[in-house]
Design a protein around this ligand. Structure first.
Ligand code: ADP
Length: 736
């Protein structure tokens, strides 16, 4: 929800959200005017207009802007439509005084910053400064030299008492990495400042408004009236106004530091806020618009040079690790083993970046290289911590902060960069860095950065800037962008190798499986044949018993004979089914065209359906389309499906079977429907598997019939499927 106005009270709870962009005040070295961007009528204005223009603000409100700056200058602003359009800065004369007028669009308003134009502006001097900036910064060799040079040239040009280059770390704490200062001042070089000193919203504003001055910390904030814009009743967004008033907390902070004026400029590298050029003066100091332009130019050149130097450094490293990565991949390929190729050859994966040791965990096995925590710790780290990290790349310079047990092995792994290999959450490649014990000197105790002031009812910045040294343990050197890229790249290569290996393994397994399957078929065929002879013997003798000696047997003996006979029948059926299942694969197709009606009638007759299933009504569509296929095999299909339909509907009140054909997927599709017991649709694929049965013991069977059907359909490149619901009958469809 947008804030409706700048809050009266900024306290501990909202200080990081202090909405300084809608502060509603300007600094006192100029006047802010806001107009309706559509008709350029003045809607809001600084109360100090009288002091600069000699006209009271009341007289200007609701008047056309042209009445102040003249219609010619106002005309030039009317074409402003888009926020992107940054109208040019112009000089205007108001009541015999020259002003710089700097316009920009903010929401529905056109905001104009007016500052008196300084008469001492000198073109020649300006040119000289620009060329000196270009030559000095262009000549700096390393990023470190560049920082020292920018501090020096800034102080030379602008004359601030102290100029610092302030660099952010990953957590937005800052460090003074270069400094130029008046001799008598104490040096702040190397001092660290906590992230709260330059809160997030200030950092965001620096990306929009890159150079910012506070001309006099003792200035009286000038109210802009009315507070809310009459256009839309919301406060004016002053994010891009150079005259925007300063946060009272920041003013207090500067006063506590005894600073009288400041200039701060954003230092940007590769599109990100990299640091700040911070200038302090110990009395009031105003830098006019043109000089601020020079400063913006200077930081622009600095940013370009910095990006260039960092990119060059990156490219240098990139070439280095690209060649190491190539070597590693070659080693793996020639070794055929990933762990060996990475950790036991001339080039080690730990050579990829500055580190003291590393670990590979792959397929449940671990290999350690160099200085590392003991195996059991690395294993725990992988299972209990790294496996839970969402990203495939994880890095930190302070492992024990997010993973407490790491305190045990700070000397080997305070810093860790790890990548997940493949898709598994168990395979990792890791690089370790030991802690580097550092004495960090803060500009004041970082634990006492702010206090809550009861009288002011708001947060007040710290008063003490006494140096405060802290011994930092458990922290390694940071992982740099190009090192993280190197880790990602090797992960990519390894994942490809792993996938390739898995594919080879799967292909091999597939081949073995096919061989095993063929063998099994041969075996079952042989076995069934071998079983048939003894079975015939058992069956024959059981019949002799039944026919000749039945009456001599007791009741129990008679039952036993009956069971032997029915069991041999079942066994016979099973063997026949197995033989026919195994037989299907070996046979080649002998295709022809035949009448389905005739085929089904033959089957029904052979089943003696009228006698065996007298209650079952069978309806067959007349003139079913002819079929093309191996007639003997297709007969087996129909026969198995009809057997099932008869069997599973037999116990219904009015069993009924319907046989017909329809068009599905543009093909002639035959179906056989019964009104029997049906089955759970979740088994509709499994019923076609060998030996899978889903009916209860009331229905005898072997679980082979549909497996044979499926196999025959596959041989014909056809398709079979079933639809059913328990108690609602089943329909089997197929086409070849
Ligand atoms: P079975 O010898 O058990 O009938 P099948 O391979 O022919 O073996 O069928 C496998 C399973 O599919 C059966 O056990 C049964 O659960 C189910 N099934 C097959 N056809 C039907 C049908 N028409 N109605 C209900 N269930 C059927």
């Amino acid at each position: 929800m947008p804030l409706s106005s700048y809050p009266e009270k900024v306290d501990i709870t909202n200080c990081d959200k202090e909405p300084i962009h809608i502060i509603g005040k300007s600094q006192s070295h100029g006047v802010i005017i806001a107009c309706d961007r559509k008709d350029l009528v003045i809607t809001q204005i600084g109360e100090n207009s009288d002091e600069f223009f000699g006209i009271h603000y009341d007289e200007l409100l609701s008047k056309p802007l042209s009445s102040l700056i003249g219609s010619e200058k106002a005309e030039m602003l009317t074409s402003v439509k888009n926020v992107e359009d940054s109208p040019e800065v112009r000089e205007v004369n108001i009541n015999d005084r020259d002003f710089i007028m700097k316009p920009h669009i903010s929401g529905e308003s056109l905001i104009l910053d007016f500052e008196p134009a300084d008469s001492d502006y000198n073109h020649y001097e300006y040119q000289r400064q620009l060329s000196s900036i270009l030559s000095t910064l262009g000549a700096s060799e390393t990023p470190e030299d560049l920082c020292a040079d920018v501090a020096k040239i800034t102080r030379d040009i602008f004359g601030y008492d102290r100029v610092m280059v302030y660099k952010f770390d990953e957590e937005w704490n800052g460090e003074v990495i270069a400094e130029e200062k008046a001799e008598e001042l104490e040096s702040w070089l190397g001092l660290h400042y906590p992230a709260s000193d330059i809160p997030k919203q200030s950092r965001n504003l620096f990306m929009k408004q890159r150079v910012r001055i506070i001309a006099d910390v003792d200035y009286h904030p000038v109210s802009i009236v009315p507070e809310l814009s009459p256009i839309n009743n919301i406060p004016l967004d002053l994010s891009r106004s150079e005259l925007r008033g300063v946060s009272p907390i920041h003013i207090e902070y500067l006063k506590n530091m005894k600073v009288g004026a400041s200039l701060t400029a954003a230092l940007i590298s590769n599109g990100k806020l990299w640091g700040l050029l911070a200038c302090h003066h110990y009395s009031a100091k105003y830098i006019n618009y043109y000089h601020r332009q020079t400063c913006e130019f200077l930081t622009q050149i600095f940013s370009n040079e910095l990006s260039l130097k960092e990119t060059n450094r990156y490219i240098g490293k990139l070439e280095e690790w690209e060649s190491i990565r190539g070597d590693l991949v070659t080693q793996i390929e020639s070794e055929g083993k990933i762990k060996k190729g990475l950790a036991e050859q001339e080039v080690l994966f730990t050579d990829l970046m500055e580190c003291e040791g590393g670990a590979i965990i792959l397929g449940g096995k671990m290999r350690l290289v160099g200085k590392t925590p003991p195996k059991k710790y690395v294993k725990k780290l992988a299972n209990e911590f790294l496996a839970d990290q969402g990203n495939s790349v994880f890095f930190t310079k302070n492992l024990s902060r997010s993973y407490k047990p790491a305190e045990e092995f700070r000397d080997t792994a305070s810093g860790i960069l790890s990548v997940k290999l493949g898709r598994s959450n168990k395979d990792f490649l890791m690089w370790f860095r030991p802690q580097v014990v550092q004495n960090v000197t803060w500009g004041g105790n970082p634990d006492k950065m702010a206090n809550f002031d009861e009288d002011k009812q708001r947060i007040t910045p710290r008063k003490s800037f006494e140096k405060w040294t802290q011994k930092l343990t458990g922290v390694s050197n940071p992982w740099l962008d190009y090192q993280i890229s190197a880790a990602k790249a090797i992960r990519e290569s390894l994942s490809n190798i792993i996938l390739e290996k898995q594919k080879i393994k799967i292909d091999r397994l597939n081949k073995q499986l096919l061989e095993a399957h063929d063998e099994l078929e041969l075996f079952s065929q042989g076995l069934s044949h071998d079983l048939k002879a003894p079975l015939r013997g058992i069956d024959g003798y059981a019949h002799i018993l039944k026919e000749d000696h039945y009456h001599n047997l007791e009741r129990e003996g008679q039952q036993a004979v009956d069971i032997i006979l029915s069991s041999t029948r079942e066994m016979q059926e099973l063997i026949d089914n197995i033989l026919s299942f195994a037989g299907v694969s070996g046979q080649s197709l002998d295709k022809g065209i035949f009448s389905v009606n005739h085929l089904v009638e033959d089957i029904l007759e052979s089943f003696n359906v009228k006698t065996n299933y007298p209650r079952t009504k069978i309806i067959m569509e007349k003139d079913l389309p002819h079929m093309m296929g191996d007639k003997r095999m297709i007969m087996q299909v129909w026969s198995n499906l009809i057997t099932n339909a008869l069997k599973y509907s037999e116990k219904e009140e009015n069993p009924e079977i319907e046989i017909g054909a329809t068009g599905i997927e543009g093909r002639t599709t035959y179906y056989i429907r019964d009104n029997g017991i049906g089955f759970d649709p979740k088994h509709k694929t499994a019923i076609f598997d060998l030996f899978s049965r889903f009916s209860n013991d009331n229905f005898k069977g072997t679980g082979i019939g549909l497996a044979i059907v499926k196999k025959i359909m596959e041989k014909h490149n056809g398709k079979i499927w079933a639809e059913s619901e328990p108690g609602k009958g089943s329909t089997f469809y197929f086409h070849v």
